[in-house]
Design a protein around this ligand. Structure first.
Ligand code: UDP
Ligand code: MG
Length: 336
């Protein structure tokens, strides 16, 4: 067991990794704790995996590297790190230095006060206007549609107790949102304000589409409210339609032929609106059903092509295999 595990997902971050290592390791050394850094390469197509391997060779005593066979996404990369970490406390961090490693002691100090889950809140968020405001809206929606209450769900600088990580490891969710999942297990969560920097190098790995998918994971994974709102809306529309039909019948009886045609264009507009909403509703159902489908398939959530760790760090299942790199499946990392 170690005091602290730091889990970092890495996807195409070759430009920033040298700067990350040069700040992260000294910051951790200063803590005076027995720590380990778990770097998970999420199927990078650049030199990231090679740089992680280099770092492992430089600091094998405190570094473990997990290499995915392809890109499975940030949250599954963190899951893989959680499955392999051995710290009493576990901290997640982005690789791009947007979460300054020097902020880590703040989270640990908050944990010392007895909290089992400490989330970072980015006070001065250094992201483009669209991202900041989209986040604000999504935080607002999540506060109202789930029982999860966080100020800044998108901040990945977070500290978890061993108990919470064990609970997360017991989950087999394919599509998940780790800060929210942890929250469902936390007894005594807290938040601390942390610095946020502009991305040091490289570009964000989240396109608009990927952000949308991620937020569906959050909503569909932790709330049935969208479906329930839809059924309430359906009831209201049906009641409204019944009222309109009654009105039309009465008008027809009272006004005779003159009542014809008056409502037509209004009704067409309403119909179009309703068609749009119905399509949205079907799509929303699809989001839930798609997730249920993936879950019932029970396929492995990710495939690890290699784990780099010191021989004494290997888990019992891997004992006896030679070399520090333990190939679990697929080709060795250099071949990819
Ligand atoms: N990341 C990952 N897999 C992905 C996308 C991102 O492991 O499919 C990692 C990425 O390398 C970084 C962190 O997740 O360490 C956050 O990604 P990014 O900085 O692109 O997100 P943003 O800060 O723009 O929300
Ligand atoms: Mg970033």
């Amino acid at each position: 067991m170690r005091d602290l595990s730091v889990v970092i997902p890495v996807f195409n971050e070759e430009e920033v990794l040298p700067a990350l290592f040069s700040r992260l390791y000294p910051a951790l050394d200063r803590l005076g704790l027995a720590y380990e850094v778990i770097l998970v390469d999420d199927g990078s197509r650049d030199r990231s995996a090679a740089l992680l391997r280099q770092q492992f060779e430089l600091r094998p005593d405190v570094t473990r590297v997990v290499l995915f066979s392809r890109n499975y996404g940030q949250h599954l990369a963190i899951m893989a790190g959680f499955e392999r970490c051995r710290g009493e406390r576990i901290v997640t961090l982005d690789a791009d230095l947007q979460n300054p490693p020097e902020e880590l002691p703040k989270l640990l100090a908050k944990m010392d006060e007895g909290h089992d889950y400490v989330g970072g809140v980015r006070t001065q968020r250094r992201d483009p206007w669209f991202r900041r405001n989209a986040s604000r809206l999504l935080n607002f929606l999540r506060e109202r549609t789930t029982r999860i209450h966080m100020t800044d769900q998108g901040c990945m600088l977070r500290a978890y107790s061993r108990q919470i990580v064990n609970a997360i490891n017991a989950c087999s969710e394919v599509n998940t949102f780790i800060p929210a999942l942890a929250y469902t297990f936390a007894r005594n969560p807290a938040e601390v304000e942390v610095e946020h920097s502009a991305r040091a190098m490289g570009a964000t790995k989240y396109s608009f589409y990927r952000l949308l998918r991620l937020n569906f994971d959050l909503v569909a994974g932790f709330s049935l409210a969208p479906l329930q709102i839809f059924s309430v809306f359906g009831i209201l529309v049906a009641l409204g339609a019944m009222g309109l039909v009654t009105l039309q019948v009465v008008r027809r009886l009272v006004m005779g032929e003159a009542a014809e045609g008056m409502f037509d264009s209004l009704m067409e507009a309403i119909e179009l609106l309703l068609t749009g909403l119905v399509l949205f509703g079907i799509g929303l159902l699809g989001e839930y059903i798609g997730r249920i489908y993936q879950q019932v398939l029970r396929r492995p959530r990710f495939l690890i092509s290699a784990v780099l760790e010191q021989p004494e760090d290997k888990d019992p299942a891997a004992a006896g295999k030679p070399a520090s790199a333990v190939a679990r499946a697929g080709p060795p990392p250099g071949i990819q």
